[in-house]
Design a protein around this ligand. Structure first.
Ligand code: HEC
Length: 252
């Protein structure tokens, strides 16, 4: 392989990483704050699970995750699961189904709310974090709000009681070719919700953390096993090296 082919290969490889969903979502959005989630923080995940069941599971399903998995990973007993999280399921091995029938949801919102099991993997945690913080009042929209992260979204501002309503300021920017684009400048609070900005961000962070957790519940186990595999490989390397020495010692 000559140097040019090698270089071209590296460029292509780089391009693959550059367009992975997480970075693509983070780069383009006008609101691109890091979510700051922590998958090791079990208390945050427990709060996120409660937030999810209270505010999201009415419309969204999470069909690829069972309550029993959540209970095991989040250190919740069956009683705690049943009392606090399982509003629309009887058995802990059930998956999280939306309370709202799919066909009705599609008719009401124009588009059925997507399943959220793998959302954090397809769009990235930062995207969800900013999406839930990106609502602003827009009288022209059927839901009364729009979103700077997902313009024209059909999801209503379901957390308005907590966040309140905000106004988005846009500024006109003239491009070099003479066309005009509106650029997002920032939010202004119109009416306060029950939480201040910091508490609301924390609420959204916990919820996002939970969605990142259900996107790959075995992540923590996978990491623990990975460490043991590496230790084994190192140990085996020593044995293999000794063995090679022994076998080849007479061949010179
Ligand atoms: C009233 C029903 C309803 C509730 C409650 C609801 N959603 Fe949604 N959600 C929708 C609909 C409808 C869409 C599809 C929106 C679209 O693509 O424009 C959606 C889309 C989404 C998306 C995808 C956004 C994207 O970029 O494609 C995410 C993430 C999401 N919702 C998260 C949540 C979370 C987290 C909650 C709970 C805090 C929640 N939703 C509560 C109706 C709802």
């Amino acid at each position: 392989m000559d140097r040019f082919t090698k270089l071209a290969g590296l460029v292509v490889l780089g391009a693959c990483f550059a367009t992975s969903p997480a970075s693509a979502a983070g780069g383009k959005s006008p609101l691109a704050d890091p979510s700051g989630i922590d998958l090791d923080n079990v208390a945050s995940l427990q709060r996120g699970a409660a937030n999810y069941m209270n505010y999201c599971s009415g419309c969204h399903s999470a069909e690829y995750v069972r309550f029993s998995t959540i209970g095991k990973m989040l250190e919740l007993s069956d009683e705690q699961l049943i009392d606090n999280l399982m509003f629309n399921a009887d058995k802990t091995f059930e998956t999280i189904n939306a309370a709202m029938p799919h066909a009705d949801a599609e008719r009401w919102f124009g588009q059925a709310p997507p399943d959220l099991s793998l959302m954090a993997r397809s769009k990235g945690a930062d995207h969800i974090y900013n999406f839930l913080r990106g609502y602003y009042v827009d009288p022209d929209s059927p839901t009364g709000v729009d979103n700077v992260v997902l313009a024209g979204t059909s999801m209503p501002h379901v957390l308005w009681e907590l966040q309140g309503f905000q106004k988005a300021n846009f500024e006109q920017h003239e491009n070099e070719d003479g066309s005009v684009t509106m650029e997002f400048e920032g939010f202004e609070m119109l009416s306060a919700g029950s939480m201040d900005a910091e508490a609301y961000d924390e609420f959204v962070r916990d919820t996002t953390n939970f969605l990142a957790f259900i996107a790959e519940p075995v992540r923590q186990d996978r990491r623990k096993i990975g460490v043991w595999v590496l230790i084994f490989l190192l140990f085996f390397l020593v044995i293999a090296a000794q063995l090679k020495k022994e076998i080849w010692k007479d061949v010179k």
